[in-house]
Structures are given as structure tokens and as C-alpha cells.
Ligand binder design. Structure first.
Ligand code: IPM
Ligand code: MG
Length: 357
């Protein structure tokens, strides 16, 4: 297959983990006889430094034309004092919105070899297999903002249409899994959550093969730790999804392990257009040390192969390589415990060897 891919390394540990992801894409192309053209473009703080804009027009148009985009991470202390609209993160929000990527899929499971890396007791993490479906282009992230020295405001707005499309997708995904859908809101306090809940009921309340439950976000935060295995698909708004997935990543053992896919309705000849990124940030505290965990990015590459290129065999091969490398004891510092830790590139090499073997 011939595919046109874009890599956006970004900031902090972004370039380190993105390099590992690109290496895996190239290895897959070699091993399975594909032709992936991968072009890198500046994004986030790196793009601000180069062009003044966190999402330069050339980067955006390359992403629009690509079959899929792989992103490292954006942000960092160097750009922290800039106005909200000119921060690295704003480039990412604009990119998600411009590409219509309203659905952010964040699968959470525990690698067999990493059961001891989870802070939760083994019996609690037994059977954890959650798919968080986070609404990505609406809500408080995108409402009007007013920032003063004594008063500030962020508007949280949702339309019925925005809620319907994400819930439809989540219900479909639940049907293809264990048929359980948990919708998370704060309907005892927020007007947007009341609309959310009513819309979820209308879309998914009477589906034969999907069991629907509503949970408040605070209770969900608790259940994720107490009984994570009770969840199948969780669908929720933008901000709640952001927060709950960092929490859920802890169950898996490290924020560095979790992948994500951001999808919309746009398709190309192979599959859905999409943006793939680890759920972690740019981790300025460890940037440049070569110790970041590339697993979340490489697992995002597997999602890219599956959703945007319909290469299921290749996606499964990458996921199996991750399992095998971890089972053989390969660990970066975040999950090493008492074991010796590998650098980012040695960890990537261990995964590449497992892929080749
Ligand atoms: C994420 C990140 C982003 C978000 C930031 C970098 C804007 O935390 O993808 O989870 O809040 O969506
Ligand atoms: Mg986040």
C-alpha cells in the first residue's frame, strides 16, 4: 500500500517518542512491503519558535492531505506565559477542530507483563479493558474565553448534534465489544450535562444490544480506582475525558503507555483520516534525557495502521511486539521499578526486534 503520512514531533519529549513511532512505521513498511511517505512538520512550541504560529498553514495543509498524522506532544515552560490563543496547546486544539476530529478513542488495558507496575492491587486490575470515547472538538475547551486580572470566564457549550454523533459512535463501539456503555456527566450541576444525558438517552437508551448507564464524573473517578474492570466503553465530554484518561493511565502503570486515536467522519481510500498521539504531554521535566517511554506512541502507531490504513495484520503485529518486548523485560524508567531501565531508543529497538522476530 502507498500511504502519505505526516509526523509532528512537537516539543519536550515529543520528538524523542515520535522518532520511535516513525522507526516503527518504517519497519512495518519494510517488513510488509508498503510504501509509507512520512513528512515531518513543525507544530506547537517548535513551530512558534520557527514561524510565530503553533499551527503554521503549511503544517495544517500537510495534515489535511495526509492519510494519517502521528503527533509526539506539545507545550512546555518556554511558552507558558503566552496568551492562551498563542500557546503550543492552541495549535493542537486548532488542528483537532480544523480536521473535524470529534472522537478521541483512548483504550485502557494492563499489559500482562506490567501487572506489578500498576499501583492498584492485582485483583482490582484483573480484566481491565476500557475504551474511553472522549468528545474532542466541543465543550469548555472551545467556548468563548475572557481572561482578566480579577475575573475570567470559560464558556462550556454543547449542541445536540455534537453529542449525538459522539454517542452514536460510542454505542457502535460498545456493540462491537461487551455491549456496555457508561455515559459520564455532571447532570446534577451543569446545564450542558443535562442536555448530554437527555441526548444520550435518545440515542442509546433503547438499543437492544447495548446496556446504558449514566454516572456522574466524580463517582466515575472513584469507580475507576475501586472497580476499573466494571467499565467497557465510557463516553464523555471533552474536559472530563481529558481528566479521566490521565487517571485511567495510572491503572495501566504509567501515563507513558496509553495511545489515542482522534477521528472524524472524513475518509480516504484506505480508511478514516486521523490524528494519533500518546495521551501524555511533553514532560518538560524529563525532556532531552532520552528516558521517555515510547510505548504510548508505538501503540498509537498500531491504532493508525488499524483505523486509517485498514492494516489490521500490521497493527496486531505491532501490538504483539509491544507485548513481547515487555514480557522479555524491556522497561523504561517510568515502569522499571527495581529493574535496569532502557533509554527511549533502546526501548524502541527492543520493540523493533520483537517486531522483526
Ligand atoms: C491531551 C492533552 C491535551 C488536551 C492538551 C495538550 C491540550 O492533555 O491530549 O489529553 O487537554 O486535550
Ligand atoms: Mg490530557
Amino acid at each position: 500500500m502507498k500511504a502519505q503520512l505526516v509526523a509532528l514531533p512537537g516539543d519536550g519529549i515529543g520528538p524523542e517518542v515520535a522518532a520511535a513511532g516513525v522507526a516503527v512505521l518504517n519497519a512495518v513498511a519494510n517488513q510488509f512491503g508498503h510504501d509509507f511517505e512520512i513528512n515531518e512538520h513543525p507544530m506547537g512550541g517548535a513551530a512558534i519558535d520557527a514561524t510565530g504560529d503553533p499551527l503554521p498553514a503549511t503544517t495544517l495543509s500537510a495534515c489535511r492531505e495526509a492519510d494519517a498524522v502521528l503527533l509526539g506532544a506539545v507545550g512546555g515552560p518556554a511558552w507558558a506565559d503566552r496568551p492562551l490563543g498563542q500557546r503550543p496547546e492552541n495549535g493542537l486544539l486548532r488542528l483537532r477542530s480544523a480536521l473535524g476530529l470529534y472522537a478521541n478513542l483512548r483504550p485502557v488495558s494492563v499489559y500482562a507483563a506490567l501487572r506489578d507496575a500498576s499501583p492498584l492491587r492485582p485483583e482490582r486490575i484483573e480484566g481491565v479493558d476500557i475504551l474511553v470515547v472522549r468528545e474532542l472538538t466541543g465543550g469548555i475547551y472551545f467556548g468563548d474565553k475572557r481572561e482578566g486580572t480579577d475575573e475570567a470566564e470559560d464558556v462550556c457549550r454543547y449542541t445536540r448534534t455534537e453529542i449525538e454523533r459522539i454517542v452514536r459512535l460510542a454505542a457502535e463501539l460498545a456493540r462491537s465489544r461487551r455491549g456496555h456503555l457508561t455515559s459520564v456527566d455532571k447532570a446534577n450541576v451543569l446545564a450542558t450535562s443535562r442536555l448530554w444525558r437527555a441526548t444520550v438517552d435518545a440515542v442509546a437508551g433503547s438499543l437492544e444490544d447495548v446496556t446504558l448507564e449514566h454516572l456522574l464524573v466524580d463517582a466515575t473517578a472513584m469507580h475507576l480506582i475501586n472497580a476499573p474492570a466494571r467499565f467497557d466503553v465510557i463516553v464523555t465530554e471533552n474536559l472530563f475525558g481529558d481528566i479521566l484518561t490521565d487517571e485511567a493511565a495510572t491503572i495501566a502503570g504509567s501515563l507513558g503507555l496509553l495511545p489515542s486515536a482522534s477521528l472524524g467522519d472524513a475518509r480516504h481510500e484506505h480508511g478514516l483520516r486521523g490524528l494519533y498521539e500518546p495521551i501524555h504531554g511533553s514532560a518538560p521535566d524529563i525532556a532531552g534525557q532520552g528516558i521517555a517511554n515510547p510505548v504510548g506512541t508505538i501503540a498509537s502507531v498500531a491504532m493508525l495502521l488499524r483505523h486509517s490504513l485498514a492494516l489490521e495484520t500490521e497493527a496486531a503485529a505491532v501490538e504483539a511486539a509491544l507485548e513481547r518486548a515487555l514480557a522479555a523485560g524491556a522497561r523504561t524508567a517510568d515502569i522499571a521499578g527495581d529493574r535496569p531501565a532502557l533509554s527511549t531508543s533502546d526501548m524502541a529497538d527492543a520493540i523493533l526486534s520483537a517486531l522483526a522476530g
